[in-house]
Design a protein around this ligand. Structure first.
Ligand SMILES: Cc1cc2nc3c(=O)[nH]c(=O)nc-3n(C[C@H](O)[C@H](O)[C@H](O)COP(=O)(O)OP(=O)(O)OC[C@H]3O[C@@H](n4cnc5c(N)ncnc54)[C@H](O)[C@@H]3O)c2cc1C
Length: 472
């Protein structure tokens, strides 16, 4: 086909969605193949998607959603370095987090995403009852548990019992994915999946793997730009524009259609209300699956139906500023999680100004409070109700009546893709159908192969690499 013999200069890649996935895809494309023509179409007036940083309570940069990225994998730190932020990165001050169960209990040492790896550390924790600890030790003796159901809850409850699952594993994993771990794919949480599939007993298997607590002091687990996660978006946007990409904001994509004979695609979108079309050799869909079903309604209805099966959870992030002196001493460390049996509204509280030195520069303590999760949507409540939920829950948890001097409420509707059991098979099925109908339309981003910022960056870069390989 003619386009297969084309040079980079003639190739146009259209990326839908200028969240961190779309931006990192553009960055990877243009750093390796600078002669490509790259256009990003973004429906919103700004880039960044669910990453947003804004001024709050006298501080110039307080995140409204993600506030850090994992350093265990290199992708986010590498992008930060590539876009000139390497000397502007920081890591959390205070590592220890707690779980609220009739009071705050420090998380025991040696957890891997809430999964115990040392019975000795669990034994000294007052978070888990003696019966719960005994049940957790069954893991050493139980026969192998199949992973075929692909549910974190089904697997971990069998290994460690309900109490350890409800008080440790579900809150930790649930806080990352806004998830109900009984209805969430084990395979999509690779650290847990590897642990579960590599041996009979989780505890014995984890003895053979490095302990998470061992090297915390030497190398931090999380990193973030000093000016908030928005700085990563801004710097990446600047880099891709400098490399020659065009970013079209307020451009809402409606459909993608193959152009017969030419091996190209027409991408139809509304730019500030006016219909436009771009022709592309490759299209990268980096918008959330559920919001992209219309793209294929005419051209690949089966793909459209598979997209429509995606589910998302909604959350609300509430930032509070309170006088430092009003926080009780027990409110130490980086914050606390509220396990489902104890949840009313709040799922987690981050003591942001204790966690981050750069947020600890005023007389106010900054709290970032998460509300809602899968099967507990709260985003439709009015601001006053959400505020009263937060203050009532904090009173219950910390036994204090907080009087905030500033409050900021951000609703993140349908922002967390929920990876149901067998999600990987679902995505593979989806990609097979798509590649039969439209082989140069690619998928990347939080809906597909991982939600964390590093994983989104990795997906964007991997698709870029595939495109470059196919045209060189
Ligand atoms: C509250 C919250 C806290 C989080 N905390 C962390 C954290 O601490 N660490 C971490 O690693 N991760 C965190 N995450 C997850 C991570 O931030 C996201 O998974 C990631 O940023 C998603 O990036 P993305 O580009 O794939 O998707 P998005 O950010 O959703 O970007 C998709 C873009 O597509 C655009 N779009 C949608 N439809 C169309 C259309 N029809 N036409 C054109 N454009 C369209 C959207 O406007 C959006 O800009 C958090 C997420 C949330 C919501």
């Amino acid at each position: 086909m003619p386009q297969e013999q084309s040079t980079h200069a003639e190739q146009h890649v259209v990326i839908i969605g200028a969240g961190i996935t779309g931006l990192s895809c553009a960055h990877a494309l243009l750093t390796t193949a600078p002669h490509l023509r790259v256009t990003l179409l973004e429906s919103q007036p700004t880039t960044g998607g669910v990453i947003r940083t804004s001024p709050f309570a006298g501080l110039p940069h307080v995140d409204e959603a993600a506030d850090a990225f994992l350093l265990r994998v290199p992708f986010a730190a590498q992008l930060a370095q590539d876009v000139g932020l390497s000397n502007q990165l920081t890591s959390p001050e205070s590592g220890h987090a707690s779980v609220w169960r009739n009071g705050l209990h420090r998380l025991p040492n040696g957890l891997l995403l809430g999964v115990p790896t040392q019975l000795s550390a669990l034994a000294t924790s007052r978070l888990i009852s003696p019966v719960g600890k005994l049940r957790a030790a069954f893991d050493l003796a139980l026969p192998r548990t199949p992973v075929a159901s692909d549910s974190i809850g089904a697997y971990m409850r069998r290994r460690f019992g309900n109490e350890v699952h409800n008080m440790l594993i579900d809150p930790l994993v649930g806080s990352i994915y806004a998830a109900d771990t009984d209805n969430f794919s084990l395979e999509m949480v690779p650290q847990l999946h590897t642990l579960a599939s590599s041996g009979r007993s989780v505890l014995l298997t984890s003895r053979r793997t490095p302990k998470p607590a061992a090297n915390v002091a030497a190398s931090p687990i999380f990193g973030a730009p000093l000016n908030g996660m928005g700085a990563l978006v801004t710097a990446t946007q600047h880099a891709v524009e400098t490399l020659g990409a065009t970013i079209r904001l307020n451009s809402h994509v409606a459909s993608i259609e193959p152009v017969s004979q030419e091996g190209k695609y027409s991408v139809h979108f509304l730019a500030n209300g006016i219909s436009e079309t771009l022709m592309a050799n490759h299209v990268v869909v980096c918008s959330p699956a559920k919001h992209s079903t219309g793209f294929f309604a005419e051209s690949a209805p089966q793909v459209s139906q598979l997209f429509a099966q995606s589910e998302h959870a909604s959350v609300v992030m509430v930032a509070l500023a309170v006088p430092k002196a009003s926080l009780p001493q027990k409110a130490s460390g980086s914050g606390y999680l509220v396990p489902k049996p104890e949840q009313r509204f709040i799922t987690a509280v981050s003591f942001a100004s204790q966690k981050w030195a750069h947020l600890n520069t005023t007389d106010s303590a900054i709290l970032r409070v998460s509300l809602g999760r899968d099967a507990m949507p709260l985003h439709e409540h009015a601001d006053e109700e959400l505020t009263s939920f937060v203050l009532a829950d904090i009173k219950r948890h910390l036994l204090v009546d907080l009087e905030p001097t500033a409050i900021r409420i951000t609703r993140w509707k349908e922002s967390f893709p929920q990876y149901r059991p067998h999600h990987v098979a679902h995505v593979e099925h989806l990609e097979r159908h798509l590649s039969e109908k439209m082989p140069r339309v690619h998928l990347a981003g939080a809906s597909f192969r991982g939600i964390g910022v590093p994983s989104c960056i990795q997906q964007g870069a991997a698709v870029a690499q595939r495109i470059i390989s196919s045209i060189s």
